[in-house]
Design a protein. Structure first.
Length: 214
């Protein structure tokens, strides 16, 4: 069997295991408030949130809205770095008063090899902006570029631990490791974005924001 096919099968297997294990880890997951039927979720980030590489209806915020039945606002801007995101977020929080912020930011900082302390400080400022408004946060880990077997940069898990945040650090590395789920070397395709939305759905269920199977 060719090595590329074997590797792809391994990645698919690992991705499936990750998705299945998410729902089994609810006891270790920080709790989130229940998202009622009229809840508003703000998906904030860069091109990975915007949905570059797929149609607008195929972005993970759009698919997550379909899966959950909740309004999900796509506030992703391609190419944005955390310094700009830090400045942009407060106005959006004030305008939409979301019931949950899903924060998926920092990929462009990592690609451009910005100072990691500055990136972390900017992410901390975004989290604090939400906390000041009593808006719960689900943080997504973003992988460092250039590794064969990707994993989220360590700063994300440390931020989640520091602030006691619900955290999804597995799905982006899994998707980014599988060429069949990507439109280019950075961005997922429609299938990849659906995998992200499905993992977030499981994370929301595990944290109590949505009922199991809901």
């Amino acid at each position: 069997m060719p090595a590329t096919i074997l590797r792809r099968q391994c990645v698919h297997g690992l991705l499936l295991c990750c998705l299945q294990l998410l729902s089994a880890c609810s006891d270790n997951q920080p709790r989130l408030p229940e998202l009622l039927d009229d809840a508003v979720v703000l998906a904030f980030g860069d091109s990975l949130t915007f949905g570059t590489g797929a149609e607008p209806a195929e972005s993970w915020p759009a698919v997550l809205a379909q899966l959950t039945g909740r309004a999900v606002i796509n506030a992703g801007i391609p190419g944005e770095v955390t310094a700009s995101g830090k400045s942009r977020l407060p106005e959006l929080l004030e305008a939409h008063h979301p019931d949950l912020l899903i924060l998926c930011h920092g990929g462009n900082d990592l690609l451009r090899k910005f100072n990691p302390q500055a990136t972390r400080a900017n992410l901390e400022a975004m989290i604090e902006s939400a906390r000041q408004r009593r808006i719960p946060v689900l943080l997504m880990g973003v992988p460092r570029p250039g590794l064969v077997w990707l994993e989220s940069a360590e700063l994300y898990s440390r931020l989640a631990e520091q602030y006691g945040l619900a955290y999804e650090g597995d799905i982006l590395p899994a998707v980014e490791s599988d060429d069949s789920l990507k439109a280019d070397h950075v961005h997922p395709n429609a299938a990849g974005y659906r995998k992200i939305a499905e993992a977030l759905l499981l994370r929301l269920q595990a944290s109590g924001a949505l009922p199991p199977g809901g």
